[in-house]
Design a protein around this ligand. Structure first.
Ligand code: FES
Ligand code: FES
Length: 124
């Protein structure tokens, strides 16, 4: 299996790892069949993503996709962050091995879950 340099970089030096206390949005996505899990924490002000942190229990591809997707949404509007697809995330990493594409879905789904949580809280 061949990983791109970007995948290796984000796996070895993941960006935005951690937790935000009392986040404005929180998402947790798990894959029950394998036990892999990803959490996203968002700090949002005026509909802009001001801070994002993640925790991922998964393989190198899952960690790399989590890391780069946090970079892709930081500073973006909520509506723009919702448009980040797992395909765009994989492309930003210069590709993932085909059998690892499903790992990038964790990142997309966790971001969407965290934004949905934010929107739900906001509209209450
Ligand atoms: Fe669990 Fe890939 S094996 S997400
Ligand atoms: Fe399980 Fe990638 S997260 S194989």
């Amino acid at each position: 299996m061949q990983y791109s340099e970007k995948v290796m970089d984000h796996f070895m030096n993941p960006r935005n790892v951690g937790v935000i206390e009392n986040p404005d949005g929180y998402g947790k996505i798990g894959n029950a069949s394998c036990g892999d899990m990803m959490e996203i924490f968002l700090r949002i002000e005026d509909d802009i993503i001001k801070d994002v942190k993640f925790r991922t229990f998964g393989c190198a591809s899952a960690i790399a996709t989590s890391s780069i997707s946090t970079e892709m949404i930081l500073g973006k509007k909520v509506s723009e962050a919702l448009e980040v697809t797992n395909k765009a995330v994989a492309e930003a990493l210069d590709g993932l091995p085909p059998q690892k594409m499903h790992c990038s879905v964790l990142a997309e789904d966790a971001i969407k879950a965290a934004i949905e949580d934010y929107l739900k809280k906001k509209n209450n």
